[in-house]
Design a protein around this ligand. Structure first.
Ligand code: ZN
Length: 174
């Protein structure tokens, strides 16, 4: 499943999954997005940022988990998962791995911290499976576009969008 690191200059695919066809692949995507939602629910809700959860997977093996603000320094979920994986003996598996994340990775941070899309590209992650696009609450996120430009393939799992938004209900317009 993991074809190795992305090829810069080759636009990454964007695939939408809107139907549970019972295939092993869709079932696996559902399972890992559900685990990512569990991670998101561990984040302390705040008024100035989303609560996101991430799972980093190599083949079928989970190599790290992460959630918003898990590590010190105003961190984001994808960033935490990547940094945690890189700090373990499984760190060599990060390049070419698949990142499951409840929300589209950020492309810009007001705080001037490095955005998640940059962490993902730098780490050589080849596939990003997102649960939902980032809502327009704070900014217009260009995460998917940036990742695709770097050759990262995107799978948008639309089957669990409400569940992915649930930890952020306080930030969404009625
Ligand atoms: Zn981020």
């Amino acid at each position: 499943m993991a074809p190795g690191p992305p090829t810069p200059g080759v636009l990454g695919e964007y695939r939408v999954v809107e139907r549970d066809d019972g295939s092993e692949q869709v079932e696996a995507h559902m399972e890992f997005i559900e685990l990512a939602i569990q991670q998101a629910s561990l984040a302390q809700p705040i008024a100035s940022a989303f609560s996101v959860g991430s799972i980093l997977v190599s083949g079928r093996q989970i190599i790290a988990t992460g959630y918003s603000r898990e590590l010190p320094g105003n961190t984001h979920a994808a960033q935490c998962a990547i940094e945690k994986a890189q700090a373990t003996p499984l760190g060599h598996l990060v390049c070419g791995s698949t990142l499951y994340t409840t929300m589209e990775p950020c492309s810009f941070r007001l705080s001037k911290n490095i955005p998640c899309s940059s962490h993902i590209i730098e780490a050589g992650i080849s596939i990003v499976v997102i649960g939902v696009k980032e809502p327009l609450t704070f900014s217009e996120c260009q995460g998917v576009a940036r990742l695709r430009e770097a050759g990262v393939n995107i799978i948008h799992m639309k089957l669990l969008e409400e569940e992915c938004l649930q930890p952020n209900i306080h930030l969404l317009k009625p």
